[in-house]
Design a protein around this ligand. Structure first.
Ligand SMILES: [Zn+2]
Length: 137
């Protein structure tokens, strides 16, 4: 008995062309690239954050305006890190789905996410309507 090639089949929506190997390779590359970029961004932001915390603690008796701006920078830096972590998490989840052959299926409703959407947002793990419903919550 001959087995068909063990190939990742990523579903598409009605009317979309099936994925080509090149397109799939591109999407995977995007995910890997995103993960690396996010890890770098987080490392940089955490270094900056550590510096800001240092400045914040040694600054007893400093001008309150300075303390205020350090706090502001710190908050900004922290939301940046949080944001990057979320994106990293999404990209890692998508890559894991890709490598286990579950990529491209909406995690909420089980329908195909759609090729057009994944080409633009390789990190997407939900179809457009589920995503919109989630965001409205
Ligand atoms: Zn869905």
């Amino acid at each position: 008995m001959t087995q068909p090639d063990q190939q990742v089949v990523v579903p598409v929506l009605d009317g979309e062309d099936p994925w080509t190997d090149e397109e799939l390779a591109e999407v995977r590359e995007d995910l890997v690239f995103d993960i690396k970029r996010m890890q770098r961004a987080i490392a940089t932001a955490e270094r900056d954050l550590a510096k800001l915390f240092d400045e914040g603690t040694e600054g007893a008796g400093r001008d309150p305006a300075d303390v205020g701006s350090t706090n502001f920078e710190r908050d900004q830096e922290m939301s940046l890190v949080q944001n990057a972590r979320d994106l990293l998490d999404q990209a890692q989840t998508a890559l894991r789905l890709f490598d286990t052959g579950h990529y491209g299926t909406c995690e909420a409703c089980g329908e195909p996410i759609g090729k057009d959407r994944l080409m633009v947002f390789p990190r997407a793990t939900m179809c457009v309507s589920c995503k919109q419903r989630e965001e409205r919550r």
